[in-house]
Design a protein around this ligand. Structure first.
Ligand SMILES: Cc1ncc(COP(=O)(O)O)c(C=O)c1O
Length: 385
């Protein structure tokens, strides 16, 4: 029997297991040395003054927007081609997401469309490194600075990537990372806000801990029940932080091994005329989050979905990354958004196929996934004729 090739899976080694066990044995499961060490090494890696660990990327985005003072009546420019959390955080704070279409090569927001979307109510640009690509981040920052807006970088998919000499997470006034198990490194669930702004960092530290001032720790009973802000429980436990710390210490090796998987797919699929295979600009160090190909224009979403079904029937995990956010039922209902508004994003989204991709993926499984994709495409084109 062929074993299923999953779409994604985390790599947990013995060091990771030892690190987690050590925390369990210590009895200190929250607010302790692991989160402090993880934050300190993370800040250094991304080259920012502060790193604030939290319970998820979504929680980090929520706090970052609040800390930058974004709220009801404000508009935030963002991409419709992303995981839904990058827009939901704007809705959480009572602001309005203003979508602009994407640029078809990198699939990131089209920088040429941003200025036309700025109004007197615009407070920020929330930019996403889609699938890990840092394309246009420096341009977004220049636009934000020119118009006195904040740039919030949703770096949940890009840990370890670089553009020229700049790390992903260093372009925005603040940036947010996520550590769900399909990410480059995982903490199980977890996130990290990074910033050079002392005040934003203080507010995020308070918000994640029920609005307590940063000195309000469990060991400080006088401050533990004193709440300066309406906050949340968005803390990251010591167990999660220990796992993240252990993983981040081998990030370079993880990026390198993911690059090998991506290179094998590229080599194998590049010549297929039915496919657009991702390319990486020379100035980019890509930290691959997922490996997403696109069917060439002319394929419908029904045909793409049939190809996905066929791959799944052959035990190859795959997915349609991403359905457009503005076409999700909850956005249509709340904002009246509809088809035809962002043609580039909509067209890309109908033709994408995320292939199985993870750090310890074997060359054999990579070849099998690529071969199955090609077979399903051939079958689909035959059934057309
Ligand atoms: C672009 C983007 N933003 C936000 C998130 C949310 O992160 P989390 O799942 O940790 O809440 C994700 C996670 O998949 C993401 O890909």
């Amino acid at each position: 029997m062929i074993e299923e090739i999953p779409l994604s899976r985390p790599e947990i080694n013995e060091d990771d297991q030892r690190a987690v066990m050590q925390v369990l044995r210590s009895g200190r499961l929250s607010i302790g040395p692991m989160i402090e060490q993880f934050e300190s090494e993370f800040a250094e890696l991304v080259g920012r003054r502060h790193a604030i660990g939290c319970s998820s990327g979504t929680a980090g985005l929520h706090m970052a927007l609040l800390a930058h003072g974004i709220g009801p009546g404000d508009e935030v420019i963002t991409t419709p081609f992303s995981f839904i959390a990058s827009s939901n955080c704007i809705v959480y704070v009572g602001a309005t997401p203003v979508f602009v279409d994407i640029e078809p090569k990198s699939l990131n927001m089209d920088p040429d469309l941003i200025e036309a979307a700025i109004t007197p109510r615009t407070k920020a640009i929330l930019a996403v490194e889609v699938f890990g690509s840092p394309a246009h981040m420096a341009t977004y920052r220049a636009i934000a600075d020119r118009h006195d807006l904040k740039l919030i970088e949703d770096s949940c998919e890009g840990l370890g990537g670089r553009w020229r000499d700049r790390a992903i997470g260093s372009f925005g006034h603040s940036a947010v990372f996520g550590f769900y198990p399909n990410k480059q490194i995982t903490t199980g669930e977890g996130g990290m806000v990074v910033t050079n702004d002392d005040r934003v960092a203080d507010v995020c530290r308070a918000l994640r801990n029920q609005g307590r001032a940063p000195s309000g720790t469990a060991g400080n009973a006088g401050n533990w029940l004193h709440h300066e802000l309406i906050g949340f429980n968005y803390r990251m436990s010591e167990i999660n932080a220990a796992l993240g710390l252990s993983q981040i210490r081998r990030l370079d090796a993880i990026i390198e091994r993911r690059q090998q998987v991506a290179s094998r797919y590229i080599e194998r699929l590049m010549g297929n005329p039915e496919l657009l295979v991702p390319t990486v600009e020379p100035e980019t160090l890509m930290s691959w989050f997922v490996f997403v190909v696109r069917l060439r224009s002319g394929y419908s979403s029904v045909e793409r979905d049939r190809i996905l079904d066929g791959m799944r029937r052959h035990d190859v995990g795959c997915s349609a990354y991403f359905p457009c956010i503005h076409l999700q039922p909850c956005y249509r209902e709340r904002f009246g958004t509809h088809e035809g508004s962002f043609p580039i994003a909509e067209s890309a989204s109908q033709r994408t196929i995320a292939l199985p991709f993870y750090t310890d993926m074997s060359p054999r499984d990579t070849d099998f996934a690529a071969q199955t994709l090609e077979l399903m495409i051939t079958r689909e084109t035959f059934s057309r004729e």
